[in-house]
Design a binder for this molecule. Structure first.
Ligand code: SF4
Length: 554
């Protein structure tokens, strides 16, 4: 990974000039301008999975290099507007174009604000997913890495908010998107000069705020938006980054740390999905990402039993759209996989054919899944609905079976695990480690994360997990997951990673985190087992992933 290329925080010296485009208006400006930070205006070279690196520290590699090679910004149209933009921004744009007309709404990258923001600009809408870098991934990996300053996503958002152009023309600044809650929690609204923070779905409430801004009427400081009806959710008019098309919204399984479950569950009509996918493909997007919190929610039955016919029809319809080279579902749940393996057999060939991922030279598909924990106790406490249509007690069996079915069909999932859920005890972490042990030999990529209490969820007030609460067992768990990932996905880089980790330990981590990280780092780097100190409770679990084998099945 590029993160291993430089351990010196060069960015501290080089990032001073983070200017992003000229601030001189070329004309009087457009009444409504929509934008997002430089990193959120990139498709990461068409790789949605590495977009999570926005949560990594910003001052390890110079930001100018990252902007050029890691998250190059979307190109411009002839008029200077952004060719692709975040999907949520495109939804709001569609509403605003309907109301105010296309000439009065422009969506551009931060580099081109000077072309569109001027004396006539009344409102600027900014969409953001992680403005302060306190989402799940950012909190976890910025604190684990421990140096390199704030997360990239936060640095880029700050760069956008400090643009002089806002002060010069004084448009009303309205910020929304899935990370908008962070601005309120971090008490940054005034410091960033934001007039309104919109929390929640914008489809019903955004229009009124922009109307008020256009009429120079006062704006509310914080708006908790109203839930839209299905018919109120617009169809995008211009193409989205990653070729995103929303297929479902909401979930309804009620996991207490999850915000999508607070939304009403909808499956969008196939005609609308197709129209948006065709729009993206026509505009040159080689990829279509099916945006959903679980693809198997699409037109699902009672107790979340998947609707095989509808899923197969959805995949086949989108895959047949001309110019769609890659088709990527955003998320999937594991219980429907265990529930209907035939469905996976039917959709897998298309997903593999339309995948851009390879394992050992062979095409494989991937999708993000949530394992979260191996503790039945925590499943019952915080995620009772997650195993449906199965029972909480069946969770570990469901996970191992489902991962096996996916692997058998050449689908290698990326699996999140949550550390530090409220009420978590050592026995829960051990149960998760046992589940990871049972998955030995499976082809998946683990992403262990700290529990984060997002504003819009039932555990919004719960204490968040962080570095200070990590026990020896937690460190062991993180090391186990990453050792597994490296052995499976980057075996040829194992030596370099081992050397780098030991170097960092000697130089930095033992001062930063103390002696408790010694054993996890040795474990990660495959330091000779005989030299590992015996430690009660965790010594018995140093998982050796089996050499992956294409026929492996747990
Ligand atoms: S199953 Fe996933 S999307 Fe649904 S509530 Fe739980 S975490 Fe959220």
């Amino acid at each position: 990974m590029v993160w291993g290329c430089s351990f010196i925080p060069l960015g501290r010296f080089i990032n001073r000039d983070a200017s992003i485009g000229a601030d001189e208006p070329h004309n009087d400006g457009v009444p409504i301008v929509l934008t997002a930070s430089v990193i959120e205006m990139s498709d990461f070279n068409l790789n949605p999975f590495i977009a999570f690196t926005g949560g990594f520290p910003s001052k390890i590699i110079p930001i100018k290099i990252l902007r050029k090679y890691w998250y190059p910004i979307t190109p411009n149209n002839d008029d200077g507007g952004a060719r692709f933009a975040p999907y949520g921004l495109r939804k709001i744009e569609a509403l605003l174009i309907e109301e105010f007309g296309e000439d009065n709404v422009a969506t551009c990258t931060p580099y081109n604000l000077g072309k569109f923001v001027g004396p006539k600009t009344k409102a600027v809408g900014i969409s953001t997913m992680d403005p302060l870098g306190i989402g799940f991934v950012s909190r976890t990996y910025t604190s684990l890495v421990g140096f390199g300053d704030e997360p990239l996503a936060a640095a880029e958002f700050r760069n956008l908010m400090k643009r002089r152009i806002w002060k010069r023309h004084k448009p009303k600044i309205i910020v929304g998107g899935s990370g908008a809650w962070q601005i309120v929690r971090g008490n940054m609204q005034d410091r960033y000069g934001i007039n309104t923070v919109m929390i929640g779905e914008g489809d019903r409430s955004a229009l009124e705020i922009f109307r008020n801004a256009m009429n120079d009427e006062p704006l509310p400081k914080i708006v908790e938006t109203e839930k839209p009806e299905l018919e109120e959710i617009p169809t995008i008019k211009k193409p989205a980054l990653f070729g995103v098309v929303e297929i479902t919204r909401g979930c309804g399984k009620g996991c207490q740390f999850c915000s999508p479950t607070m939304r009403t569950r909808y499956s969008f009509p196939l005609g609308k999905i197709k129209k948006e996918a065709e729009l993206n493909a026509r505009a040159g997007s080689r990829m279509i990402v099916l945006q959903t919190d679980d693809i198997f929610l699409y037109k699902c039955g009672e107790r979340f039993v998947p609707n095989r016919q509808a899923i197969v029809e959805l995949i086949e319809t989108v895959a047949k759209i001309p110019n769609v080279e890659y088709l990527q579902p955003a998320h999937a749940a594991l219980p429907p996989v265990a529930c209907d393996s035939k469905m996976i057999e039917e959709i897998a060939p298309t997903l593999v054919e339309k995948s851009r991922w390879r394992y050992n030279g062979k095409k494989v598909a991937s999708v993000e899944v949530g394992i979260e924990t191996g503790s039945v106790r925590l499943i019952e406490k915080h995620m009772r609905g997650k195993p449906l249509p199965y029972e909480a007690k069946d969770w570990c069996e469901v996970v191992t079976q489902a991962v096996g079915i996916l692997n058998d069909n050449d689908i290698c999932p990326l699996a999140t695990l949550v550390v530090g859920l409220p009420g978590e005890e050592e026995k829960d972490t051990l149960a998760t480690m046992e589940l990871v042990d049972k998955l030995k030999g499976a082809k998946l990529f683990y992403v262990p994360l700290f529990f984060t209490s997002e504003e819009e969820c039932l555990l919004g007030d719960a204490r968040q997990a962080d570095l200070h609460h990590l026990t020896d067992l937690h460190w062991d768990f993180f090391a186990t997951c990453w050792k597994y990932n490296i052995k499976l996905w980057a075996p040829d880089k194992q030596g370099k990673i081992a050397m780098g980790s030991m170097f960092l330990y000697m130089l930095y981590y033992r001062w930063k985190h103390g002696a408790k990280v010694a054993q996890p780092i040795m474990q990660l780097t495959d330091f000779p087992r005989s030299l590992l100190k015996v430690r009660s409770g965790t010594q018995h679990r140093h998982h050796e992933p089996a050499k992956p084998d294409s026929s492996s099945r747990m």
